[in-house]
Design a protein around this ligand. Structure first.
Ligand code: F6P
Length: 367
């Protein structure tokens, strides 16, 4: 790492943003400067900045005062996969090209000794491929979805659950006043963690998630049963990736430039339509969307993000590359990046939160 020159640590944030990114950037940069004597190079807009050579020196004052700020001071992108990069030709036509050697050239030209990549499964997959080309990488697990394997939690998830829970609480009061079924569609991609946790915290009557197949009759039965014993309103918490028995996963749009081409969305409206057509109950839909990704991180996420950032910096200082920091119980540890991308971490029917929800009478629409 030394080569007789000042050591240089690059840092980037990849994929969708979430609360806590700035807390990690601050923790990495401060500990790298304070303890490692590193120069810190911020890469703009995730891997896009590495491909295009858009990088800048980060000084102490650049990372000061950002702990509580949402978003990322570096910018991010979910269209920056160097092996699948949109390039505009002279004729204005966009083609998808392999720009990985360009990315590695910029890594070397900027004299990076190591790179901290903060992101989810897409970012960790790209990190793993860049390591095969010679980059020294340490990963930090980020995503509101909490679907990254090999870590109990990703930072950003707690903040998203907090926002979603507050929304459910607010829906409760208007639902009960108007005797309606309120449906809230939450993010999470192919995993139901946000809907499950917020549904549990907000006391949802029905939770629909991708991992637990449901039947319409069971959903209607639960709503009608509630109105029979005097509860004239209900809350349904549905994950955007939930698969309806008749139409499966609902995709809002495809964009081949994205790391994951699918943009999920629309299941909330579909659930409402089914309820209107098949029961006498009145329903309304709220799609919480990017509110779940914006704003200040919760104290839990600030602490987790800071712990992750410092631990990632320590790994880089020790030359322990190819690792991702991870939370196990209440300890921050290191795991091979490969373990984090081996599979998505999904809810299982035996997950304690599912069992607890069932035990207090929440329906998953499966019985
Ligand atoms: O992965 C985070 C996430 O917010 C998912 O929950 C959601 O499906 C997706 O990103 C939305 O992506 P975009 O911001 O590109 O619409």
């Amino acid at each position: 790492m030394s080569n007789g020159k000042t050591k240089r640590l690059g840092i980037l944030t990849g994929g969708g943003d979430c609360p806590g990114l700035n807390a990690v950037i601050r923790a990495v940069a401060k500990s790298a400067m304070n303890e490692g004597g590193f120069e810190v190079i911020g890469i703009e807009d995730g891997f896009e900045g590495l491909v295009e050579g858009r990088m800048r020196h980060l000084r102490n004052q650049d990372v000061s005062g950002i702990l509580t700020c949402g978003g990322t001071i570096l910018g991010t992108s979910n269209k920056g996969d160097p092996w699948h990069y949109p390039v505009k030709g002279a004729d204005g036509k966009v083609t998808i090209q392999d720009t990985s050697s360009q990315a590695m050239n910029h890594y070397r030209e900027w004299g990076l000794d190591a790179l901290i990549t903060i992101g989810g499964d897409g970012t960790m997959t790209i990190s793993s491929k860049l390591m095969e080309l010679g980059a020294n990488i340490v990963g930090v697990p980020k995503t509101i979805d909490n679907d990254l394997a090999a870590t109990d939690l990703t930072f950003g998830h707690d903040s998203a659950v907090y926002v979603a829970t507050e929304a459910i609480d607010r829906l409760h009061t208007t639902a009960s006043s108007h005797h309606r079924v309120m449906i809230i569609e939450l993010m999470g991609r192919y995993a139901g963690w946000i809907a499950l946790s917020a549904g549990l915290a907000g006391g949802a009557d029905v939770i629909l998630i991708p991992e637990i197949p449901f039947q319409w009759d069971h959903v209607y039965h639960r709503l009608i049963e509630r109105s029979r014993y005097g509860k004239r309103f209900s809350i349904i918490c549905v994950a955007e990736g939930a698969r309806c028995p008749d139409c499966g996963e609902i995709v809002k749009a495809y964009d081949q430039k994205r790391t994951d081409a699918k943009q999920l969305g629309g299941v909330g409206e579909y659930v409402a339509k089914q309820i209107t057509e098949n029961t006498e109950l009145e329903s309304r839909v709220t799609v919480l969307g990017h509110l779940q990704r914006g704003g200040s991180p919760t104290p839990f996420d600030r602490i987790l993000a800071t712990g992750f950032g410092v631990a990632a910096c320590w790994l880089a200082m020790k030359g322990k590359f190819g690792q991702m920091v991870a939370l196990h119980g209440n300890k921050v540890e290191a795991v091979p990046i490969k373990d984090a991308i081996a599979h998505l971490k999904l809810v299982t029917p035996q997950t304690q939160k599912v069992l607890a929800a069932r035990s207090v009478g929440t329906s998953f629409g499966d019985a």
